[in-house]
Write a protein that binds this ligand. Structure first.
Ligand SMILES: O=C(O)C1=C[C@@H](OP(=O)(O)O)[C@@H](O)[C@H](O)C1
Ligand SMILES: C=C(OP(=O)(O)O)C(=O)O
Length: 444
């Protein structure tokens, strides 16, 4: 973390820009895990190269997987070469994994480590010690893995892999993070008996992310029975078998498109996001509906998704349980709206990169806002905002939300804007590029 303050640029006019958003974190990190577990080499094209995905790649390399950077100018560059060639190998310990504060790394990799033939030690940022991991730890222990976690049920921990997991049925309470279910499913086909994962507990958040896991497993040739296909509620079954190596192009990160689309909404402008997929499991696709309800209009065109602001921003009553990671930017837009908003279904955000509900309420109120935490969300009553320092608590989405506010509220200084590198390389460059009319990641 740095104490740097970034003066968020104000928009001198309605924004009119076309933006290339870097690849999806969630797709890239699933693709890396599945390619590492596959029986043959694969390609990941236009991967996101950000802190979370570079940590995932480093962790898999530490366990023996080959991940090579390649540059292929024919498919266009998105920074640092445009593809990863993944060459699976026997998974080995001893190894050390730095999870940073990446939920996908800290949850998806312990099951992979249980398949390795030696100890794998996991640690990360201080916040990673507080984020829930018990679902993964308990499930792996129930499946026979040995894990030393000092009785904390959290990081740091060591998984003593023996080269194989028997698998079978396991029950997990994933009400605090859908990533518990995704983590088990991703490695399930490599268990001798496959895996039957049953969720038992409060409602599961972020269901689109579990669907993303199921669809990516199926695309790798794995047979998965899932509740949405007529299966039993809250039960997923993964049949054992080899995973195919894939040649996969990563979609743009639609959740990271949120601040750019919001810019069109709050300035009454127009922003096009290139390469918006026509069909996707990414929760960010729901921005089309959410921002339309908040006053914008959306069209899928040859240019990508185009959002046009009307000059009016409406408050919204929205249950964001499925799409929690969109909350910070939606809250920023709601603070600039013409009526009250109620965002619900997001109590689990208290356990994200930071306590997002507390952080959003505090930071918006310090700029003159009227935001209250509810039991499971935020109530936002728009009031005129003034400039000031917006603290970001090492949370990339707090920083991008602050940038949205800064477009129309002069004098906002974003603390540690570099924290956006968790999922967005060079956010400040993309943001100023958008204000100049075009934002395309620099090719390095
Ligand atoms: O599986 C994934 O890629 C993710 C699942 C969600 O986690 P939670 O279910 O913990 O909210 C989401 O918030 C996170 O940003 C990414
Ligand atoms: C919750 C998030 O990340 P993580 O993958 O670390 O859980 C997020 O990106 O909003």
């Amino acid at each position: 973390m740095t104490d740097d303050l970034w003066p968020a640029p104000t928009a001198s006019a309605a924004v009119n820009a076309t933006v290339t958003v870097p690849g999806s974190k969630s797709v890239t990190n699933r693709a890396l895990v599945l390619a590492a577990l596959a029986a043959e080499p694969g390609w990941i094209r236009r991967p996101l190269r950000s802190r979370d995905t570079l940590l995932m790649a480093a962790a898999l390399r530490a366990m023996g997987v080959g991940i090579e950077d390649t540059v292929n100018s024919a498919t266009g560059g998105t920074g640092g070469g445009d593809a990863w060639r993944v060459i699976p190998a026997g998974l080995h310990g001893p190894a050390t994994v730095d999870v940073g504060n990446a939920g996908t790394v800290m949850r998806f990799l312990p099951p992979v480590a249980a398949l390795a033939d030696g100890p794998v030690h996991f640690d990360g940022d201080p916040r990673s010690h507080e984020r829930p991991l018990h679902g993964v730890i308990d499930a792996l222990r129930a499946l026979g893995a040995r894990i030393e976690d000092g009785g904390r049920g959290a990081l740091p921990l060591t998984v003593y892999g023996t080269g194989a997991l028997d698998g079978g049925p396991v029950t997990v309470d994933a009400s605090s993070s859908s990533q518990f279910v995704s983590a088990l499913l991703l490695s399930g086909a490599r268990c001798n008996q496959g895996l039957e994962v049953r969720h038992s507990g409060g409602p599961l958040p972020s269901l689109p992310h579990i669907r993303m896991t199921v669809e990516m497993l199926r695309a790798a040739g794995v047979q998965v029975d899932a509740p949405e296909d007529g299966g039993e509620a809250d039960v997923w079954r993964v049949t054992p078998g080899a995973l195919l190596g894939r040649d996969l192009v990563v979609e743009p990160d639609l959740s990271n498109a949120a601040p750019f689309l919001a810019a069109a909404l709050v300035t009454g402008g127009r922003v096009a996001v290139r390469d918006w997929p026509l069909r996707t499991t990414q929760p960010g696709d729901q921005l089309r509906d959410i921002f339309t309800r908040m006053g914008g209009s959306c069209a899928l065109t040859d240019e990508g998704l185009v959002l046009t602001g009307s000059g009016r921003i409406h408050g919204i009553q929205a249950d964001l349980h499925d799409v929690g990671e969109l909350t910070p930017v939606i809250a920023a837009v709601a603070a600039l709206a013409d009526s009250e908003s109620e965002l619900s279904g997001i109590a689990h955000l208290r356990l994200h990169e930071t306590d997002r509900l507390a952080a959003l309420a505090k930071e918006l109120n310090e700029l003159g806002g009227d935001v209250a935490e509810t039991e499971d969300g935020l109530r936002i009553r728009p009031r005129p905002l003034h400039g000031g320092v917006f603290h970001t608590y090492e949370d990339h989405r707090l920083a991008t939300a602050a940038a949205v506010l800064g477009l129309t509220v002069p004098g906002i200084q974003v603390e540690d804007v570099a924290t956006t590198a968790k999922t967005l390389p060079d956010f400040p460059g993309l943001w100023t590029g958008m204000l100049a009319g075009d934002a395309t990641p620099a090719t390095t």
